[in-house]
Design a binder for this molecule. Sequence first.
Ligand SMILES: Cc1cc2nc3c(=O)[nH]c(=O)nc-3n(C[C@H](O)[C@H](O)[C@H](O)COP(=O)(O)OP(=O)(O)OC[C@H]3O[C@@H](n4cnc5c(N)ncnc54)[C@H](O)[C@@H]3O)c2cc1C
Length: 391
Amino acid sequence: MSITTAPSTPVTLPRDRSDLVVVGAGIVGLAHAVEAVRRGLRVTVVERDRRPVGASVRNFGHCCVTAQRGELLDLATRSRTGWLDAAARAGLWAPEAGALVVARSATELAVLEELREERGTDAVRLRTRDEVGDALGRPADERGDLAGGALLPADLRVNPREAAPRIAAWLAEQPGVRVLWGTNVTGVESGTVHTSRGPVHGDQVLVCVGHDLDRLYPREAEAHGIERCRLSMARVEAPAAFRTDAAVLTATSMLRYDAFTATPSAAALRDEVIGHSAELLDIGANVMFTRLPDGTVLVGDSHAYDTTEIPFQDEAVPALLLREVARVLGVRDVRVTERWQGVYASSARGPLLVRDLAPGVRALSVTSGVGMTLSFGLAAATFDGTLRATA
Ligand SMILES: Cc1cc2nc3c(=O)[nH]c(=O)nc-3n(C[C@H](O)[C@H](O)[C@H](O)COP(=O)(O)OP(=O)(O)OC[C@H]3O[C@@H](n4cnc5c(N)ncnc54)[C@H](O)[C@@H]3O)c2cc1C
């Protein structure tokens, strides 16, 4: 499927003021624009590219609610409601399919059982080997390596290829909303956004440029220790029997999300994975996959951190990931139809950067790789004043 939202006509800058100018048409900026429209505000979205091509279209489309903890769990839970509302308005595919965590050892199962103890049986539903095997489409006599698993029903799925473009297209149809494509923002001050096409005026300005915050605000990005996290991704043809719309997570996923790493058995799980698959940890793997509505499957991912991303992709990295995905699916190999690298903002200092830069000017970047999950929750919190600037 391809959705083009770029206008064929030249961009004309608005002369009048908006209540809000959003810089960046990724999911964080767009979620804020949707929330602003819900509150009756006039909004202008300014995006340098001709359609969304950033992290928001390169990801798994997994709104990963249950694996969060603390403030992020609250934001993710709020975001879930916002996603469903936006999906209804913009006509998005957003099945409430949950996430299926596949366990292939007693230790992996112990982590899931401990999470169920903490969150309750509604939030974490343990699954038998055969239930997991059925979801993965594995023949009944080829499930010996599976121990069981858990369904996390609060998680949502969207199609990352369509979500941001379609939300942007929906926004552009709303009264009082303008989406300016192909318009690079070069600087921001209170009330005015300077662009490659001239100034755009608004009472409030939200800068939602993800990892490119360092281009506009290098000092703030450095102070927060923002790096670019580079991820290896692929799209594959799925085995015919693989049908679940749930996001499928594995042991390496459990080592990356706070809800799992806080369980008593997480340390033993790390030791176990080091013992049998140290090479996956070396590439920062989170072996997971999600099925798109056309039946193909997004698979990934690895994590490599640097302030400027290395453009060269070591073929050994996707090879390792694909081998592991094939193992979970119980097939010899998977046929790749597309590969790409994703980049998102990351920081060891905290999962969010929220900075008030001047009166009426705020920068907001998700620096933890869960921007799809949090976007609509962040937008709701921004407008009700509960999203505080981070230190
Ligand atoms: C491979 C991969 C897998 C992921 N999987 C998940 C997942 O399953 N679940 C999840 O919750 N999160 C996931 N993430 C993280 C998530 O995708 C990001 O956190 C989120 O998309 C960030 O959204 P954003 O709007 O901040 O950034 P972006 O989508 O990168 O958007 C920023 C926008 O700002 C624009 N921009 C930048 N500078 C300027 C400028 N000067 N002027 C005008 N426009 C500008 C860019 O062109 C871009 O369109 C994943 C990320 C990747 C890369």
